[in-house]
Design a protein around this ligand. Structure first.
Ligand SMILES: [Zn+2]
Length: 82
């Protein structure tokens, strides 16, 4: 797992208090990644999971039914004027 740093604003925060990880919908690449990790018996940061601080968590949560790539496109546009 990556350290808890918001993917939108690069803020480091305390997980569950100030933000949390969101698991987006897995694409077939993500499922392949998981199988690969399982085969190798290793763990890594899932490509479909990202950290969001308190400020950005709610908006991201609304998009968790999308794949990470799709959701990030929308979120980056939404928050680009920060
Ligand atoms: Zn943030």
């Amino acid at each position: 797992m990556k350290p808890p740093i918001c993917i939108i604003c690069d803020t480091r925060f305390t997980p569950s208090d100030e933000g949390d990880v969101i698991y987006f919908k897995k694409t077939k690449w993500d499922i392949e990644w998981e199988e690969e990790m399982e085969r190798k018996g290793s763990v890594g940061h899932p490509p479909y999971a990202e950290w969001f601080c308190e400020k950005h968590f709610k908006s991201a949560k609304e998009l968790e039914e999308l794949s990470c790539t799709e959701a990030m496109k929308i979120l980056r546009e939404k928050f680009s004027e920060k």
